[in-house]
Design a protein around this ligand. Sequence first.
Ligand code: HEC
Ligand code: HEC
Ligand code: HEC
Ligand code: HEC
Ligand code: HEC
Ligand code: HEC
Ligand code: HEC
Length: 258
Amino acid sequence: MKLSSRWKNILIFGGTAAWGGLLVGCVVVSRTALAPPRIAGATFVGSKECAQCHEAQTSHFASATHSRLALAEPKVGDTGCEACHGPASIHVKSGGARGTIVNARKNPETCFQCHVEKRGELSLPHTHPVLAGGKVSCGDCHDPHSGNAVKGGALNLATANETCTTCHTQQAGPFIYKHNAMLEGCTACHNPHGSVNQKMLVARDDNLCLRCHLEVAGTGQIIVGGEDHASRLQRGTCWSAGCHEAPHGSNANSHLRY
Ligand code: HEC
Ligand code: HEC
Ligand code: HEC
Ligand code: HEC
Ligand code: HEC
Ligand code: HEC
Ligand code: HEC
């Protein structure tokens, strides 16, 4: 389990089992960076309260990445659900009246309070439409209520790719000629949050492919797939120069031409 140092400084974690070795003191560096959403007049009630009405979200919450974190504010106590949904006293008292609670599907701001860098990534020129229009939400790719917050997690790549192919059916295959890069996941080539490059690619030129395919470079030769590509690489990118236009897999050509 990786834990970046910024979190060590600003958060304490509730669960000792998984995070035991990482438990750190309650050092509040930046309050604003981790304040839960505000709801006028409301106070925190704790996650237990939610169970009576929202079993679907509470029943597996103990397994969720986010159930293990608590705000570095002793007085707030168990704010598991409310860290994202805001203080719920009015919501609970009113039996769930409209407009009494924050829903991150409609408002990703609640995630940015802790993941501030994601606002920047999602503002890059090529992004998923999370901020503008809200056609895609953090929750389409992340499960806040159970298991690994990254759907499919690090270990289950098939599920991770399915997260993407539920919407992007064309890239799902099956293809007669597979591209084994897909076994490394869509994120081998795309940054799902955003990129300065077209199609959210992690690199804008041949380096996207050469990271995995470069065999020999030097003496004027660039050997890729057993053949010298030095002159070919001048014609455009590997996928736009009329050579490998099917980077996800092909039904026509083993060299992923179309
Ligand atoms: C007494 C029952 C009750 C309790 C307790 C309760 N809720 Fe709700 N909640 C509701 C109802 C009813 C709705 C509306 C459901 C709907 O519209 O389908 C709702 C809706 C929601 C929504 C969606 C709101 C939206 O605008 O889409 C969220 C998020 C939510 N509750 C979170 C919580 C959290 C977090 C807790 C515990 C701190 C909690 N609820 C406790 C009854 C409750
Ligand atoms: C890490 C942030 C986070 C935490 C913690 C969290 N939720 Fe949510 N919750 C979300 C997001 C994101 C959505 C919207 C999901 C989507 O886009 O479909 C959501 C949606 C909901 C909804 C509305 C579901 C619907 O169908 O509209 C309810 C109810 C809810 N959460 C209850 C809870 C309860 C109860 C807990 C604690 C056990 C909890 N949440 C903890 C982020 C969180
Ligand atoms: C109260 C602060 C807080 C809020 C609010 C919050 N997170 Fe997190 N989140 C964390 C911490 C702390 C971690 C674990 C430490 C880490 O990996 O950086 C984490 C981990 C994650 C991870 C997994 C990182 C990994 O490497 O496995 C994802 C994905 C994530 N959060 C998404 C969200 C989304 C989406 C929302 C809004 C619905 C949200 N978070 C709201 C604090 C928060
Ligand atoms: C289109 C799918 C998608 C959307 C939408 C999305 N994410 Fe992610 N996110 C991912 C994937 C996939 C990963 C894992 C990245 C990897 O494996 O390289 C990830 C990783 C993360 C991480 C942990 C690793 C890191 O990059 O810091 C955080 C935190 C996170 N996302 C937060 C968010 C928040 C907050 C939102 C909404 C504002 C959001 N994501 C929207 C797909 C998405
Ligand atoms: C909830 C549906 C949904 C999910 C899940 C989803 N996407 Fe998307 N994706 C979209 C939408 C909507 C667009 C914007 C399309 C447009 O603007 O025409 C988009 C755009 C893209 C683009 C850029 C296309 C272009 O024309 O610039 C890429 C690449 C992409 N997504 C990859 C991914 C990856 C990788 C994942 C999984 C981590 C993923 N998507 C998950 C809905 C989704
Ligand atoms: C080997 C690198 C690589 C991998 C892995 C990869 N892609 Fe792509 N993807 C590309 C390239 C290159 C393009 C740009 C193609 C173009 O512009 O014609 C692209 C374009 C796209 C587009 C835009 C298509 C369009 O017609 O505009 C979507 C959507 C997309 N990829 C989704 C995915 C999904 C979903 C996955 C995982 C299942 C994935 N990609 C895995 C390299 C990759
Ligand atoms: C994450 C690593 C990775 C990336 C990035 C990657 N590939 Fe691949 N590619 C593979 C693997 C693994 C194979 C199968 C083994 C082999 O033939 O080397 C493969 C096979 C191929 C083949 C089939 C070779 C043959 O004759 O069977 C072509 C063509 C190809 N890749 C083109 C590309 C292009 C174009 C890009 C950039 C858009 C790219 N690859 C990016 C890993 C990658």
